[in-house]
Write a protein that binds this ligand. Structure first.
Ligand code: HEM
Length: 446
């Protein structure tokens, strides 16, 4: 048997497939897509994964959040500078923004923000996307030649090509070659995928030079090179580059999607937005510009809005494939044969009516109080168990600071109340542009 997709949020199915102690492993999907070296996300072997996770958990640990907050807040300050320049006159009640006033594509800026943030957290590099308002970046070929490409374009092209071709694992490599020869679309995607590799390689080699010159920087790269006592980890260079690749990919794309979607959903639901602003006003003053994490990290409605947004539109929507052990495995009480690919999509599980009442409705309140805590076990936007997202805390840090700052300082309006975004799915559910009108809030004198 080959391929079982479970379409419910049953707790036992989630635990049987993804929970700590599951005998299911990451599926062949991951090893088929991996490069010369496994990274934390595509590594299948359990012992190897545990070794990697141990090295990286120091870097991703909660206690590091505080020391990295400045790497986020300085990006938020840059966002403010850019948005201030794009501010328009206040919208009169009942009016629609005129097209010329839609000065911000919020989607693009969320990308610039998360890409700048992860490059700083991971490599102490200042990409400068927010300042430039562009994601043009230099990549490097193995022969040392450099080129300029678009970070988003090459990242998404890689995911587009892979998500179309991966599903017959044995055929993936020949299909990739064939499609690149026969189709200009695939040929372009694979060329851009090569550009992505060169973007990562260039970042890693530049950072290595700084390391070799003796600079001790507080970032993931340093944590990969040495343990916290300064003892070298002696990891192969290919493994370091592979970790940089997954960090620059997973660390930017999904958080940008989440930040974008939360803004969109709040603009669509003015009463939820008003409740959130009321909560923010209990801790922020008119003089606060970039919000500090400490000021807002415990606000329950703010967190509820983020979780409700990631419930309704989980950034990663595809069913993350796991493989049953050779002897088979019981899932939700049913015996599933060995070597079967099994998965649950967060998009589907988060719509299980038995767990989430009115699943299509944006109701942040469902995450509040004891009942909200109870629901958390069904929330799988970051997956679960030992292969759950290691960057979750960093992502919340970015989301909380940016959203609170933006909503405290600005008003936003969609093109019109019925406006909906384009959505495109590869492994992530990728929203298209989010054009908004932006203006400073009244009585706000920061
Ligand atoms: C809203 C933001 C995010 C979402 C929705 C998200 C979602 C996920 C999911 C669903 C997985 C499991 C993937 C799988 O099983 O194939 C995962 C794993 C992972 N994520 Fe995230 N992620 C987010 C942010 C981040 C950030 C900011 C980073 C890095 C700074 C990151 C790094 C990783 C890594 C390295 C793994 C692999 C973990 C392992 O297998 O041990 N993610 N993420």
């Amino acid at each position: 048997m080959y391929g079982l997709v479970v379409g419910v949020a049953s707790l036992s199915a989630l635990t049987d497939i993804y929970g700590h102690g599951t005998p299911c492993n990451k599926d062949l999907f991951y090893s088929t897509l991996s490069g010369t070296h496994f990274n934390l996300a595509d590594c299948v072997d359990r012992a190897e994964h545990a070794r990697k996770r141990k090295v990286l958990s120091t870097a991703y640990a909660l206690k590091n959040l505080e020391s990295w907050e400045h790497k986020i807040t300085d990006k938020v300050a840059m966002m403010i500078k850019q948005f201030d320049r794009r501010c328009t006159n206040p919208l009169k009640p009942g009016e629609r923004p005129c097209p010329a006033d839609l000065t911000v594509d919020y989607r693009a800026w969320t990308n610039f923000f998360t890409m700048d943030a992860i490059a700083d957290i991971g490599l102490s590099e200042h990409l400068g996307f927010i300042v430039a308002g562009s994601d043009d970046i230099v990549g490097e070929k193995l022969n040392g030649d450099t080129y300029t490409t678009s970070y988003r374009e090459c990242l998404h092209a890689t995911l587009d090509a892979q998500s179309h071709l991966i599903w017959a694992y044995d055929w993936y490599k020949p299909l990739s070659k064939l499609s690149a020869m026969l189709s200009s679309q695939y040929s372009r995607w694979f060329k851009l995928a090569g550009n992505w590799d060169g973007v990562v390689y260039h970042r890693a080699t530049k950072r290595l030079v700084r390391y070799q010159k003796g600079e001790k920087l507080d970032d993931f790269f340093q944590a990969l090179m040495e343990d916290k006592n300064g003892k070298p980890n002696n990891l192969p260079w290919g493994e370091i580059v592979a970790e940089m690749s997954v960090m620059l990919n997973a660390g930017s794309a999904s958080t940008a999607i989440a930040i974008n979607n939360t803004m969109y959903l709040l603009l669509k639901h003015p009463s939820a937005l008003a409740t959130l602003r009321a909560e923010l006003s209990t801790v922020l003053t008119d003089h606060d510009e970039v919000v500090a994490y400490d000021q807002v990290k415990h606000l329950p409605y703010l967190r509820a809005c983020l979780d409700e947004s990631m419930r309704i539109l989980p950034p990663t929507t595809f069913g993350l494939p796991r493989r049953t052990p050779a002897e088979g495995h019981s899932i939700n009480g049913d015996y599933i044969a060995g070597d079967t690919s099994v998965s649950i999509s967060a998009y589907v599980a988060h719509r299980d009516e038995a767990v989430f009442i009115d699943p299509e409705c944006f109701i942040p309140e469902r995450w509040l109080g004891e009942q909200g805590k109870e629901l958390q076990q069904y929330f799988i936007a970051f997956s679960a168990g030992s292969r759950g997202c290691i960057g979750r805390n960093i992502s919340y840090l970015e989301q909380v600071i940016l959203l609170a700052t933006m909503l405290h300082r600005y008003e936003f309006a969609l093109p019109h109340p019925e406006w909906v975004p384009e959505l495109r799915e590869h492994f992530n559910l990728v929203p298209g542009p989010l054009p908004v009108k932006v203006w400073r809030r009244e009585n706000y004198d920061a």
